[in-house]
Every structure is written in C-alpha cells, then in structure tokens.
Design a protein around this ligand. Structure first.
Ligand code: FAD
Length: 488
C-alpha cells in the first residue's frame, strides 16, 4: 500500500511538477531596490512553521520566497539540542506541515522508509525522526533556506517599498529586501529563555543547569539533582539525569502538577466514533481544530476566555505516561504544590538548599531550572525598530493574568502584527509563532499556515492588481504572432 522511499519521492516530484510548483517564477511582478532582488516573502525561521508556510505560498504561485535561520541547516528549532524527550508530546495523528497532502505527511515518510507498519507500531513520534522528517520535507520541496544567518534588525524602507532586513552571516551583515515578512521564530519569538530573578538571586547562576541550554549529564552520575518547574521539560531533564546515573532526581514545582490527560487531548476525543463519548447527541467531539483555527476571530473577551481555559494547567503540561514512569523508577520523585521556593547555597559547600514556606526543605548537589521562557518584546532585537509601537495584549487586556500574556502581540485574525501608531508596515508583517494566539505547536500548523498563506497571497495580489490589469490589457492588445501549434 505504501510506496518505497524512492517511489514516494518520485510521486511527490511528479505531482508537484504537474502543479508547476518548482517554477522559479512568481505571478507577482519582480521588484528590485538598488540592484538587489526584493523577495515577495521572507520568513525568519526554518522550523516546521517556516517550512510549511513556504510550501503553501509556493502552492499559491508565489515564487520569490526565502527563509533565513540562525541555526545550522539540519538543526532548526529545539529538536536536535535541548528537546531532551525521546518522543514528541503531541499526538502522532496531528496534521503537520504537510497541510493536507498525505504524500508529504510523517506517516507516508516513515512507512515508506521503514516499512508499512512503522507508523502503526509507534505510540508517539520519536524526536529524532521528526527532525529527519523535517529535513526531508525541506529537501523534497526544494525550499530555499539560508542557514546560520541571524536576523538582527528589520525596518520598513519607504524608498524600497519593502522591508529591509539585516542579518548576520559568517561574521558579516547582509541586507535582504522583502514585500512581506513573517516571523516563524518559535517559542521564544516574543521573549527569551531567562531564569526568574528571584530564584537565582542568592546563587551563582553560572554554576547551575538550564533546560534550554546544553547540559553535560554525564557529570551528574552519583549526584542528587533538583529540577525546578512543573512542565514537561522538567520531566525530560529529570529522566535524562536518572539515565545518566543521578542517584536522585526530584522535580520541585510551586504549583500542583495536574494528573490525567492534558486538556488538548480531552478536546480531541470523540473524533472517531469508537472513542470515549457514547453518543453524539450528548457530547461535542474534537474541538481542537475549530479552537485552533477560529479562536482569533472571536471578540476580545471571549478570545481571552478560550486562552485562559486552554492554558489553565500550564503551557506544556506533562503527560500521564511521565508521571507513571516517576512512580516506577527509584530515585525519581515529584514534589508539587510546594509553594514559592527560595534557593540558597547550603552550608555544606557547593550544595543547594531549597526551602519553601509550606515546609519543603531539601539539599542537592546540582540544580536545573526548567521554568520556561519569559515573554518581553524588548528581548528581541528583530523587533527593536518597532517594539514600542506594537499593539500587545497588555494594551487591551484587563481580564486575565496568564503567563506574561500582556507582553505578547495582539495580532489581527490573519496573524498580522498591529501597531498603535500609523505604520507603513501594518498588514505586511506576520507572526507565525508558537504560543502567539493559540498557534500551539504541530496541531495548530495546518490551521494557521493556511490562513497566513492566503492572507499574504491576497495582499500581494492587491499590491500588484493595477499592474495585473495593465498586463492583461497589454496582452489583449497584442497582435497574435504566435506560430506555435498550440496557438492555432
Ligand atoms: C523541549 C521542547 C519540546 C517540545 N515538544 C513539542 C511537541 O512534542 N509537539 C509540539 O507540537 N511542540 C513541541 N514543542 C514546541 C515546539 O517548540 C514547536 O512545536 C516547534 O518547534 C515550533 O516550530 P516552529 O517552526 O514554530 O519554531 P522552531 O522549531 O523553534 O523554529 C524556529 C526557528 O527560528 C529560528 N530563529 C529564531 N530567531 C531567529 C532570528 N533572529 N534569525 C534567524 N533565525 C531565527 C531558530 O533558529 C529556529 O530554527 C516543544 C518545545 C520544546 C522547547
């Protein structure tokens, strides 16, 4: 039933040739500035979001697209560095960057590569397989990525009538121009990985580990470890330490860690008739897609109600499977609901004492913070020309206090950044980033990418419409000189 890998590649190439997908041309009129090409769209970030968007834009006939990414070519996103879990957290059935084309799906890829039952045999997708699949996806679709190129700055250049983007590559700055710009810069698109200052104020922050940085786990053999945080990453790191021989890996969480299935999974239930809900008269089924797709069209207060419920248990909750592992492996412990903690260096030199007002008090050899990102646009250089002008949730939300939601941009329902002042870049600057407006990971991809690609194509068409009409008139006025047999 599944083609072998070579045949799959051939099938895809043939299908895309028929769609004229590989054409280097674009229906928009070419633009130049100071002798330099102006791209139709530049996407910052070559993770699955950036790749999926580039592909959808190409399918819409937009050819001048470039992706810039600061990481090396086969290692975008977190998959090959600090995503320490063996398997993805999201369902293997989530639609991914293939956006509805089964030939491009993870399922076809793995079945063609490893045998027809490979997909059925896995419970969750292995992280390493996901990274390899994304490299294949990029290559088979011939998506142009300039890697090891960090976007430092961008602004709207009125003379060029386009964005001017300054990026650092091989120690040198280079400028790129684009009519539309989309940030697909991942979880920290609107902030950065930063340790909460109250946790590190009494210790040397350089001596501890962070879930978002490299850690030499082999050095933890025979040591006692505390991992601070209650999300899935805390579990990843504690398990990794345990595998490397840490004598104890304790997770310490200020709040209670929810047990049971994450909300996102409960919302997905009922998708198939043999699943948990007994009848369709009583329960609604599979709300994930409509929530991810349509929430940003709701009026503000309702929108915030959805977000509040969606993230009530945290941004990346741990799975029940993790919690079972913790019950079964000696040396792995969870202390949750301990309240605010204070960390100090213990009297016992080189050790860390963790105390809470609710009575928690233990001492460890090593610490890892898995406390998640901090959202603050000022932390991002790419926004420095506009960060004061961007409309954020903080400007309009007096309803919920969740994470640092007030620091996040309030996008339009087509995922454009909005400005508090008149800005010529308004409607041309898009944000396809994890966690802004429920664009949460793989399950959101197809829903969001489709909207953004259509919005950009529509806007590009409007920009070009006068020229398109003039071109049509020119063609109508042309003498028929074609001697090709197709013209007769
Ligand atoms: C530990 C961990 C585990 C996760 N597990 C899952 C999971 O199982 N399922 C799931 O759906 N999601 C998961 N996520 C969320 C995950 O981050 C996203 O789903 C996924 O990586 C988002 O893809 P993306 O393309 O939007 O961003 P990313 O994959 O993060 O890619 C963004 C890219 O932008 C580039 N970039 C950023 N800034 C710049 C700049 N200034 N210039 C140039 N390039 C730049 C980066 O180099 C990066 O390659 C996890 C996240 C973490 C941290």
């Amino acid at each position: 039933m599944y083609p072998n890998f070579q045949d799959l590649n051939k099938l895809i190439e043939q299908d895309l040739h028929e769609k004229k997908y590989f054409s280097k041309q674009s229906w928009s009129f070419p633009k130049q500035y100071n002798g330099q090409k102006v791209y139709d769209v530049i996407i910052v970030g070559a993770g699955h979001s950036g790749l999926a968007l580039a592909h959808q834009l190409r399918l819409l006939g937009i050819g001048r697209i470039l992706i810039l990414d600061k990481q090396s070519i086969d290692k975008p996103g977190p998959w090959s560095s600090f995503a320490r879990m063996e398997k993805l957290r999201t369902s293997k059935y989530s639609q991914g960057p293939e956006c509805g084309n089964p030939l491009l799906s993870f399922k076809f890829w793995i079945n063609s590569l490893k045998g027809p039952n490979a997909f059925e045999d896995i419970d969750f997708i292995k992280t390493v397989d996901w990274a390899n699949y994304l490299s294949w996806f990029r290559d088979i679709l011939k998506i142009d990525v300039v890697s090891e190129t960090e976007v430092l700055y961008q602004h709207w250049n009125s003379d060029a009538n386009s964005f001017e983007i300054t990026a650092l590559n091989g120690g040198k700055d280079k400028n790129y121009y684009a009519s539309f710009l989309c940030f697909a810069t991942g979880m920290i698109a609107c902030g950065g990985w930063e340790a909460p200052s109250n946790l590190v104020k009494n210790i040397d922050p350089n001596k501890i580990g962070y879930a978002w940085k490299n850690i030499d786990f082999s050095e933890l053999s025979g040591k006692t470890l505390a991992v601070i945080g209650g999300g899935a990453s805390a579990f990843d790191n504690a398990l990794m330490a345990s595998k490397h021989g840490a004598t104890c890996s304790d997770i310490i969480s200020r709040r209670k860690i929810p047990d049971g299935r994450p909300l996102s999974e409960k919302l997905w239930l009922g998708r198939s008739d043999d699943q948990i809900f007994p009848d369709e008269e009583t329960y609604p089924a599979d709300m994930t897609n409509p929530i991810l797709r349509f929430t940003n069209t709701l009026e503000k207060d309702l929108y915030l109600d959805v977000i509040e419920n969606f993230f009530l248990d945290g941004r990346t909750t741990s799975r029940p499977e993790y919690q079972r592992q913790f019950q079964n492996i000696e040396g792995l412990n969870v202390y949750d609901g301990v309240g605010e903690i204070a960390i100090t260096e213990s009297d016992d030199k080189g050790k860390y004492r963790i105390k809470s007002r609710l009575g928690f008090d233990k001492t460890y050899d090593y610490l890892i913070l898995a406390t998640g990102p901090r959202y603050d646009l000022a932390l991002r250089r790419e926004y420095s020309s506009i960060s004061d002008e961007i409309l954020t949730w903080g400007d309009i939300n007096d309803k919920i206090k969740l994470f640092d939601i007030e620091a996040l941009p309030k996008l339009t329902d087509e995922y454009q950044i909005q400005f508090k002042t008149d800005n010529p870049a308004a409607t041309k600057l898009y944000c396809l980033t994890d966690f802004v407006h429920l664009t949460v990971g793989i399950p959101a991809l197809a829903n969001v990418v489709e909207k953004i690609s259509r919005s950009i194509a529509n806007a590009l068409y409007l920009d070009n419409s006068k020229k398109i009409v003039a071109y049509m008139a020119e063609l109508n006025n042309q003498e028929e000189t074609c001697d090709d047999s197709r013209c007769s």
